[in-house]
Design a protein around this ligand. Structure first.
Ligand code: URA
Length: 192
């Protein structure tokens, strides 16, 4: 099956199985993910916010604009990457997604990654990072790649994870901003 059909099937599965019905009820739509299905780099945020819920696309608000700047700083654009979130519906009032909500969506995210098969998975922020690297502090591991092995539908996959600070955390914090810009350069090095 081609990648687009696989991804369409995963999206349909989320809807058919009524994942996180309470979140689904109050959201405008499912924000599944966008970008190049052959991307070497997949970015994973936490959950959609207001703008994402309205447009159906991840990272279209203020942190998305900053993300675009950082991509440009390493010669990349949205069209070169794929981007999604752990949780695919906007949590009410932008609250943090709960552990149960993150766990409910993880199998679908794994399936998305298995379909796209990137060289590196960039986790943005502690929520996204801890779904792949549980118990580790983003402040200690940001900018350092780690390999993980995951079973998806009886097949074993090895993914390289690059944890980075969330753009929203760095937006108004000069020091974190510099750190994030520096960490971004690693993406270019490891996808050369
Ligand atoms: N923050 C996220 O983690 N994801 C989005 O899509 C937007 C903001």
């Amino acid at each position: 099956m081609n990648k687009q059909l696989l991804l369409d099937q995963i999206k349909a599965d989320i809807l058919d199985r009524n994942i996180c019905p309470d979140l689904a009820k109050q959201a405008n739509q499912l924000v599944f993910g966008t970008g190049d299905l052959d991307a070497k780099v997949v970015f994973i945020g936490e959950a959609p916010g207001k703008n994402e819920d309205l447009t159906g696309e991840p990272f279209v608000g203020a942190s998305g604009k900053f993300l675009d700047e950082m991509l440009e700083s390493v010669g990349l654009a949205r069209t070169n990457i794929y981007i999604t979130n752990i949780v695919k519906y906007r949590p009410p009032k932008n609250r943090d997604p709960s552990r149960e909500e993150k766990e409910a969506f993880m199998p679908f995210l794994y399936a998305q990654l298995a379909a796209i098969a990137p060289s590196v998975v960039v986790t943005l922020g502690r929520h996204s990072t801890n779904c792949f690297l549980p118990g580790l502090q983003i402040s200690a591991i940001h900018g350092q790649t780690q390999k993980i092995s995951v079973e998806v539908k009886s097949k074993q996959y090895t993914w390289t994870i690059l944890p980075l600070y969330h753009p929203a955390a760095a937006l108004y914090n000069g020091k974190l901003r510099q750190t994030l810009l520096k960490d971004f350069k690693i993406i270019k090095q490891i996808t050369k």
